[in-house]
Every structure is written in structure tokens, then in C-alpha cells.
Design a protein. Sequence first.
Length: 115
Amino acid sequence: MPLDEIIITEDNMCVICLDILDISGVVAKEQSIMTRTPECDCNYYAHTSCFDQWVIDKPTNELSCLVCGSKVELVISYRKRCETFMKGCKPTKNIGFLATVGVIFFVYLFTEGPT
């Protein structure tokens, strides 16, 4: 949505940094995109960047609503799951496997050859 079409109100301010736009000029998003709140009906906005930093900096592993403090669950997008998975992959663990696959491929290529 273009910036000039955004209606700026207190309702769409980030509850973390108290601004409409974050440092990159991104608009705050509804909390329902980032968390599931089975225990409360709070509806607030936060920048994804602010929220991600809050998750990293929070003192405990438990997540809570930024307005009322009720327990919430983190909603993780498919992209974030993939990024987290890829960060956890260690290429050195897979080198043996990749070398074996490569050797099998070349043995097949030189013995059978393409038809």
C-alpha cells in the first residue's frame, strides 16, 4: 500500500516503538500476523522488525500479549521456518553424503552413459 494511502491514527502505531513507520519505512502490521492469542482479544499493531527484536530481547522464553500480558503463541511464516532450518544446516555434516552422491553419479555416467 502506498504511503500516501495510509491513514495514520493512534490505532496503527507500533506498540513497541510508538511510531507508524519503522527505520526502513515499513508500516506496522496487526499482531494477528505475528501471534495467536487464545486468551485475549487485544488488537494492536507492531513492526515486524520491532517484534522480532522484542522476541530476541525478552527476558524469558514465554511469549505474552504486548497489551494485556496474556500468553500468546508465535506465528511463524513458512519463509521464516525455511530460514531457520537453513541456518541450522551445517554444510560440513553433509559433505560426506554429497561426495558419495557425486561419486555414484560419475560412476553411473561413465559406466552407463547417456542413452
